[in-house]
Design a binder for this molecule. Structure first.
Ligand SMILES: [Mn+2]
Length: 482
């Protein structure tokens, strides 16, 4: 069986109402659908965040249906879970993904959480109801784990208790990275390792960067293809903006007959020496019920993106007036342009920096737009003025550093001023910084922010008492009540 795994498509996202930017996300999704048809896959997996928002405009739904219609016509099923962006703010059991599932454009998988029993359950997909916890396609069992916000780590435990010892595919909207940074919906590689013993393939979403778990390993069991298009400008400044990705997965249906394999001398399958033994299979652990299951082959396929330039343009020579600003601006842009090759008009975000010899309030970024348009012919353009007047520059030695970096250092200074925070100052800084980031991303529900604070408090207490067991779940975890 062959399937295509994509994630974080964010349909409906745009920048300042730009029609061109709106369409970019639909073009990217169309390319994935065309690829699925071209590769003749048996099904497509969407690991969450099909939409930018839970409350989408009718046109977005119609434009989405037009694309999904192509797969429906070809008889290629789409299996989806809801990401944080797909959920309604106040009705977590409702979503447009559920609507698409009930109208036959995709199949929604989500588990049921029973808070009163402190238990998760997976029920079979029910055509009539329009959703279920798991389903089977062509002999492969597929489970939808969904998105659990700031309780992801605890809910993963509950999920593990509810899953069978072995299944084929798990779909999970959660980030997996180990750095100490606090993130909503993030767990560590260690946390999800048990999923690798259950599933032959874990389809990840949520992180917009491409990665696999364990990172760089041939035996990786979890794959995160990342967002198809740039969603947040910061994703472009990390230098990872060149293209989007999908995973094309080839998964043999019948697991190796364990009795045959364990006899050691018997040939495996028709071709002796074929790689079905997969000794590095992630399920190859002592105590695993079927240690020699066939690992799927995973191929990452590039999905072209619109070029995205998130630029800091430094004005040289202390311009005296707007005319000189334009000249310096054009010179700087042309220099950048000469080092870039662009096959299609880019998205262009520019921060103008440097010292000028008149009030920065009189530097109207709109006057610079024709200059940028002439040099780059962008599909979308945004210019921000970050210049300083000569003599009034920041004299803290901070120069033109990233505004986020200055923000971070300022907050840390404030925290460290009070000795009572002592060794926790970095933790508090991370928390403040994360909340600030979550707030600027307007899709984060208030309950998730409160959850984040509660969870941090418990983590700190936990570190004190070495007592890892607590049974606190806020209301936002009572998703999908029966
Ligand atoms: Mn996303």
């Amino acid at each position: 069986m062959k399937f295509l795994h994509c994630s974080d498509i964010h349909l409906g996202k745009t920048f300042n109402g730009s029609d061109s930017r709106y369409k970019d996300y639909f073009y990217a999704f169309t390319r994935v659908v065309k690829l699925a048809i071209e590769k003749n896959v048996d099904f497509v997996i969407i690991a969450g965040d099909l939409f930018q928002s839970g409350n989408i405009a009718p046109t977005i739904l119609l434009d989405t249906i037009k694309i999904l219609e192509r797969l429906k016509e070809k008889g290629i099923p789409v299996i989806a879970i809801e990401g944080n962006h797909d959920l309604f703010r106040n009705r977590k059991d409702e979503s447009w993904i559920l609507f698409l599932s009930r109208t036959g454009y995709l199949k929604l998988l989500r588990p049921i959480w029973l808070p009163e029993k402190n238990k998760m359950i997976f029920e079979p997909f029910d055509e009539k109801r329009g959703w279920g916890g798991f389903m089977e396609i062509g002999g492969l069992s597929i489970y939808g784990i969904g998105y659990w916000g700031s309780s992801t780590r605890d809910m993963l435990q509950k999920t593990l208790e509810a899953l069978p010892p072995q299944a084929d595919i798990g779909i999970f909207h959660g980030g997996v990275w180990d750095d100490g940074f606090i993130n909503i919906g993030r767990v560590s590689g260690e946390d999800i390792a048990p999923l690798g013993k259950i599933f032959r393939y874990v389809a990840l979403g949520h992180g917009h960067r491409r990665y696999k778990v364990p990172e760089g390993e041939e035996s990786a069991f979890a794959h995160n293809p990342g967002a198809l298009e740039i969603v947040h400008p910061e994703e472009a400044s990390r230098g990872e903006h060149e293209s989007g990705w999908v995973c094309l997965v080839d998964m043999p249906v019948s697991p190796v007959n364990t009795t045959t394999v364990q006899s050691d001398s018997a040939p495996v399958g028709d071709k002796p020496g074929s790689s079905v033994n997969a000794p590095d299979s992630p399920s190859d652990f002592p105590g695993s019920p079927s240690p020699l299951r066939v690992s799927p082959t995973v191929e990452y396929i590039e999905i072209p993106r619109r070029p995205f330039l998130n630029l800091r343009v430094f004005l040289e020579g202390v311009p005296q007036n707007m005319k000189e600003v334009k000249t310096a601006f054009k010179k700087a842009l042309e220099e950048i342009k000469s080092g870039t090759s662009l096959s299609v008009p880019p998205v262009l975000l520019i921060r103008v920096e440097g010292t000028i010899n008149f009030s920065p309030h009189e530097l109207d970024p709109e006057e610079l737009e024709p200059v940028a348009a002439e040099v780059f012919a962008p599909s979308y353009l945004e210019i921000a003025n970050r210049t300083a007047k000569k003599g009034e520059e920041d004299n803290t030695g901070r120069g033109n550093r990233d505004i986020d970096q200055i923000y971070e250092e300022t907050i840390l200074e404030l925290i460290e001023e009070n000795p009572r925070y002592g060794k926790h100052s970095r933790d508090i800084l991370n928390l403040v910084y994360r909340i600030k980031n979550e707030i600027t991303d307007d899709e984060t529900p208030a309950e998730d922010l409160v959850d984040l604070i509660c969870r941090e408090r418990m983590r700190m207490e936990e570190n004190h008492t070495h007592n890892g067991s607590y049974a606190f779940y806020s209301d936002s975890n009572k998703r999908f009540p029966l």
